[in-house]
Design a protein around this ligand. Structure first.
Ligand code: DGL
Length: 260
């Protein structure tokens, strides 16, 4: 059983990669919808939510937890690894592949305010981005759009122009999606960024890393995979995104829960 969580539905962009490469696993997904967004909340609060959600996963038998949220990874992964003995997989900002691929030497990064403040992001930048110019933009309002099922249209475009236009005028040819909600806006981001700009989403690499950990645990396979989807808020948009990932998933369990 793999526990996967995010402040909301964004982590489903990671879950879909896990499902694609390991459909045979059992999954329990938690969207902390009642407390979304995390991007501007105090770090102590994000840690206390990480703690409560991990206890919930353990009570359901999870053996691995994927923190499918850049903001929660930045705030809480060290705390969780220090406190619990199960493996935790976190999000890594895709700075390294973007910096390597950039020909113009300019890379744009879209993330939350808390992710930009964290040492995880800043250490990654120091290690892998010393030879490129990095344009950082906090994607204010984008998480709310995805949470309300709004991934295309005027509101999204207006917000994206605010963040992507400067990257474009500075000749960025690589954009890093530093928040797991943003891959659901990838179509709009690509369109606004224009041709020749590559978008970097770390979700496939995170899924592969999870697979390596699962294989090393060597736990018995369940004969009938179970996919459970919980939210501390509403489940409507979650159900709709999951059904778009694979229509057969629309019959899964979608439930609102209290996690304290
Ligand atoms: N999906 C999140 C992330 O990857 C959290 C966004 C938020 O809740 O502000 O950072």
């Amino acid at each position: 059983m793999i526990g996967v969580y995010d402040s909301g539905v964004g982590g489903l962009s990671v879950w879909r990669e896990l499902y694609r490469i390991m459909p045979e696993q059992d999954y329990i997904y938690v969207a902390d919808g009642a407390h979304c967004p995390y991007g501007t909340k105090p770090i102590e609060f994000i840690i206390s939510r990480a703690d409560a959600i991990t206890r919930f996963f353990l009570s359901k038998g999870a053996e691995v937890v994927v923190i499918a949220c850049n903001t929660a990874t930045a705030a809480a992964v060290d705390y969780l690894r220090g406190k619990y003995s199960i493996p935790f997989v976190g999000m890594e900002p895709a700075i390294k592949p973007a910096a390597l691929a950039s020909k113009s030497g300019v890379v744009g990064v879209l993330a939350t305010a808390n992710t930009f403040k964290g040492s995880l992001y800043n250490n990654t930048l120091e290690k892998f981005a010393s030879n490129v110019k990095v344009i950082e933009k906090v994607g204010t309002g984008l998480v709310e759009c995805v949470e309300s099922g709004n991934t295309e249209g005027e509101e999204v475009d207006a917000l994206l122009h605010r963040y992507v236009d400067e990257m474009k005028s500075e000749k960025a040819d690589a954009i890093v999606l530093g928040c797991t909600h943003y891959p659901f806006l990838e179509g709009a981001i690509s369109r606004i960024a224009g041709e020749g700009v590559r978008i970097f989403n770390p979700a496939p690499a995170v899924a592969l890393q999870t697979k390596r950990i699962i294989e090393s645990l060597d736990s018995p396979k369940s004969s009938n995979s179970r996919y459970l989807f919980f939210s501390t808020g509403d489940t409507k948009i979650m159900r709709s995104i999951v059904s778009q990932i694979d229509p057969i998933l629309s019959d899964c369990v979608f439930e609102t829960v209290v996690i304290d």
